[in-house]
Ligand binder design. Sequence first.
Ligand code: FES
Ligand code: FES
Length: 161
Amino acid sequence: MPQVNMTVNGKSASGQIEGRTLLVEFLRETLGLTGTHVGCDTSQCGACVVHVDGKAVKACTMFAAEAEGAEVLTIESMAAPDGTLNTIQQAFQDHHGLQCGFCTPGMVMSAAALLKDNPKPTEAEVRDYLEGNICRCTGYHNIVKAILAASGQDVSAIAAE
Ligand code: FES
Ligand code: FES
């Protein structure tokens, strides 16, 4: 079996893969990074979003071999080593942006990519960006509010839901 080498959350990561091994399988099964979720087999749900070379990618749509030499960030990279949540995670907690939490890793990784490119998005821009992330619980309202709050915008006028 061929070997793949990449940097995951700042550390070198290598493993034997088959040609058809998906990046999400490599992360979850070889590296044990199970924060990246699999919520569909149709590339629609976004639960598997990670960053590859700084871009948000659905890790179920990419072969592990395609990430050879890449810098990959997963949800496990977001909190500080002592467990302190990053700004986006904290905003999700503060604004009830999650219920079951299944979609949350992908939502947080997508939000991080959005805010990197667009540090002060409008509500419409957040909703538009999240089109590839499905949440079956929250109705999206509080997720959008959390992301706007994480961007430093005043969300006090947005009703709670
Ligand atoms: S598991 Fe990747 S989009 Fe659903
Ligand atoms: S919080 Fe349950 S799927 Fe989004």
